[in-house]
Ligand binder design. Sequence first.
Ligand code: DC
Length: 443
Amino acid sequence: MIRIAIDGPGGAGKSSVAKAVSKALGIIYVDTGALYRNIGLYMLDSGIDPKNREAVIPALSDIKIEMSFRDGRQVILLNGRDRGDEIRTPEASMAASSVSAIPEVRDFLLDLQRSTAKKNSVVMDGRDIGTVILPDAEVKIFLTASSKARAERRFKELRAKGSNVTFEQVYSEMVERDKNDSTRAVAPCVKAKDATLVDNSKLTEAETVQKILKIVKKKTKDTTHLYQVLKVIVGPIYRLLFNVRVKGKENIPREGGVLLCPNHLAAVDVITVGVASPRQITCIAKKELFSIPLLGGMIKALGAVKIDRGGADVGAIKAAVSAIENGRTVVIFPQGHRCPGVNLESTEIRHGAGFISYHAKCDVIPVCINVKKGKYGIFRKTEIIFGAPIRYSSLGFNRGGRDEYAAATKKVFDEIITLGTEFRSLPDYDPSKDRIKNKKRKR
Ligand code: DC
């Protein structure tokens, strides 16, 4: 899951650049300016002065804005109608700038923008994406150019569309709009502290796109770098401390998206899988785990996707699907909750694994983890087995749906149970015999 925020003033070429970047990365492009333009257009249609806050605010309740993506192209319906290029006229531009300075209008469009980025990997352009809408975006760019260069581009664009505006008109409107957008009290168009500034006054569109793609690559590579450092430094210590023994590594394909499904014994299971897996993993972890010192930082570095405890976080599940589609190795625990011991038959399982596999059309690898506590509680023996991949075609999917997801997850879990039988020869961890714990309890 990647969210790329591209902010900057009008005419900096944000939309064409953002579109090209999204195409290169195979993710959707969200033009948030088009949302404000639709609101501005509605006010013009209704004879409402877009600057008149008292008139604009009540009119919002008569507006329904819907945004969808057809073949990757953004479609906005204003009260059921796609207004096409009507939103691109100079009048609509000014109206958009005026309504966008009204906090209630910004609030009105907030959820739509955030929920789109929660469900999809996006390149989103606008004025406040990196500062307000997606402050956690993985990549933030502030794209700008001199006002003259920007006015020239907009002028050429409008002329190509048959408009007979003059350069002076475009330039003075651009300066006025810049002033409006950057000095307004709410969400002004300013660079986020952690955004990378790209001035493209002297760059072609293709050069700007290349520059941004390089930044994206570098930013996303940082995570991989951190992962590698963790693996090289923390990995051997963890292996030693927890006595990790790994079997079936060869069952993990060298490339291509795949889903790993381990049983869940302890919070550190994600680290066990990360340390044992020959490929970088992306895990889906409970929100709460992210705030645990050290562990939180580590699972973040391991590329984790946050999920709400209930397990019904559609956004996170969809993020997992898109990560697999992008060729990553995703980990999900079918049990949802930790369940110590290897008595797997009686544990409750969820159906997220089936859902992900169905939507990502991927194979699933059952993984069995067993932990045997040592004499002193901490020096335990951890064993992890990666089972043979269960092919997508053998997971019994037909048309999808809850029952099919549950049945597929059950099939995967049965395989985990089978792998677990290898551990049966080992005595299970028995809490009543844990001397250290019992001593503490007595105290
Ligand atoms: O990017 P654009 O020119 O299509 O945007 C039209 C207007 O909408 C612009 O004047 C500023 C406003 N806008 C905004 O305030 N916040 C956004 N995220 C996007 C656009």
